[in-house]
Design a binder for this molecule. Structure first.
Ligand SMILES: [Mn+2]
Length: 201
């Protein structure tokens, strides 16, 4: 947790491939300003913020002349790092959440443990390599980076669905909703770390 008690954090990350800056407020209202240079990815991150109620300001300048890979992965790393930083010692959080999220013909399940233990289980298949110009395989790359750097165990399963835009979007919305619940302060925890080990860091 940062000074002043607010669960906010900023991360700047620069490599030869990308320059990313992320500011988040875990206890926000789902307001976002997002500019990664990748339209479909901006649309997905907007969903992530809106449905997690985590405010996000994200700016990425990546090597899009190569492809979208570094931009998506490095943005995921920075969001994950910001989340870990904002959550601090994870005192008082709800910790667990899961949800089945419907969107038209598609159903996707997400489960999270805000555990300090990075792990992604990815059980999602796309039927096309692209959504517009966006590589569908990058959806997994994003969540892998997020789980790894936020220190969360994240399971995502597409139960059924036909439209690849819907399949991707339900992944982001479902993860948003479980992150919202699991990172929320549970008043019955009374400020304790929700682990018999006494630590989630
Ligand atoms: Mn959409």
């Amino acid at each position: 947790m940062t000074q002043g008690g607010g669960r906010t954090a900023s991360v700047s990350r620069k490599t030869n491939e990308t320059q990313v800056s992320v500011t988040i407020d875990v206890d926000g209202t789902g307001t976002s300003t997002i500019a990664t240079g990748v339209g479909f990815f901006d649309h997905m991150l907007d969903q992530l913020s809106r449905h997690s109620l985590i405010d996000m300001t994200i700016e990425t300048k990546g090597d899009l002349h190569v492809d979208d890979h570094h931009t998506v992965e490095d943005t995921g790393i920075a969001i994950g790092q910001a989340l870990a930083k904002a959550l601090g010692d994870r005192r008082g959080i709800t910790r667990y959440a899961s949800l089945d999220l419907a969107m038209d013909e598609t159903m996707t399940r997400a489960a999270v443990d805000v555990s300090g233990r990075p792990f992604l289980v990815w059980n999602v298949a796309f039927s096309a390599p692209k959504i517009g110009t966006f590589d569908t395989e990058l959806v997994r790359e994003f969540f892998q980076a997020l789980a790894q750097h936020a220190g969360i165990t994240l399971h995502i399963q597409n139960i059924y669905g036909a439209n690849n835009h819907h399949i991707a979007e339900t992944c982001f919305k479902a993860v948003a909703r479980v992150l919202r619940t699991a990172t929320e302060i549970d008043p019955r925890q009374a400020g304790r770390v929700p682990s018999t080990k006494g630590s989630l860091a």
